[in-house]
Design a protein around this ligand. Structure first.
Ligand SMILES: [Zn+2]
Length: 269
């Protein structure tokens, strides 16, 4: 497998991810109305309404959001202009997971940077660190968040992988910038995966904490709505309808989430 993937660049990985996701087998999607007007027994949209899909072994998935056509959320996608420069260093094994929040960030913040990590193919700091920017590498074991930081001069690097993978990537880029931790509290809203324990959060949630700490509240709220939509639709696509209902009801951006779901349904009419 290593030899096979060794020569792949990011774009090739992305294509490979799409193909790989297609053959994943999920449970048959159960479905119950959550609200009249946007849902019904057809999913978020009528079958066939999606502009582009890919089909392999009779398991179609949207090429963009990686969800089955009936759960495609691309009509609710809102591209966000973020004043903070954001880059993601994604472990190559994470790149094959459709629930990856690093991939969500690529869709929602197009001007963010995406970089694939492989131990055998080390990246140079010049390929990621922007000239004139101070790089913060988010990691739970980093130093406390510095005060009074100018966002314009800042660049943040997110490490997307499990605990062990993030540790390896953190060591690889340690000399590139300042390792910073965030005062993250509460419980994770990333219900698509079982977190390692209390206080464990996804890559996207770490970014949300940072945006809030930097006072970028508008960007935070926009990104949070996209994140919650991603998780909600992921739960529905896996057939976890009761869990999805609980997620929607407990959403800190419930109104925004309802509005996005309504727009998705309207565009599918
Ligand atoms: Zn889609």
């Amino acid at each position: 497998m290593d030899a096979e993937f060794a020569a792949l660049e990011w774009g090739e990985y992305t294509n490979l991810i799409s193909s790989t996701c297609l053959v994943l087998q999920f449970a048959r999607w159960g479905f119950v109305d959550l609200a009249s007007g946007f849902d019904g027994d057809r999913g978020f949209r009528p079958s066939g309404a999606m502009a582009r899909s890919v089909v392999l072994k009779q398991t179609p998935r949207c090429a963009r959001c990686q969800l089955a056509p009936r759960w495609c959320i691309c009509a609710g996608l809102r591209e966000i202009e973020c004043p903070l420069r954001i880059d993601v260093l994604m472990h190559y094994l994470e790149a094959f997971r459709p629930s990856s929040t690093g991939d969500l960030l690529r869709r929602v913040v197009p001007l963010s940077g995406q970089h694939l990590y492989r131990k055998e193919r080390p990246l140079s700091p010049e390929s990621i660190v922007q000239p004139g920017k101070e790089l913060w590498i988010l990691h739970p074991l980093g130093e406390p968040l510095p005060a009074n930081q100018s966002v314009e001069n800042l660049q943040v690097l997110l490490l997307d992988g499990n605990w062990q993978q993030a540790g390896e990537m953190s060591r690889a880029v340690a000399s590139w910038g300042r390792r910073v931790s965030l005062p993250m509290t509460g419980e994770s809203r990333y219900w698509l995966r079982t977190q390692a324990g209390a206080g464990q959060f996804s890559t996207m949630e770490a970014l949300l904490f940072l945006l809030s700490a930097l006072g970028l509240s508008t960007t935070h709220d926009q990104l949070q709505a996209q994140f919650e939509l991603h998780v909600y639709a992921g739960l529905r696509s896996r057939g976890h309808k009761q869990k999805a209902t609980e997620y929607l009801e407990g959403s800190p951006v419930r109104d925004s989430l309802w509005a996005l779901l309504g727009e998705i349904a309207a565009k599918g009419q």
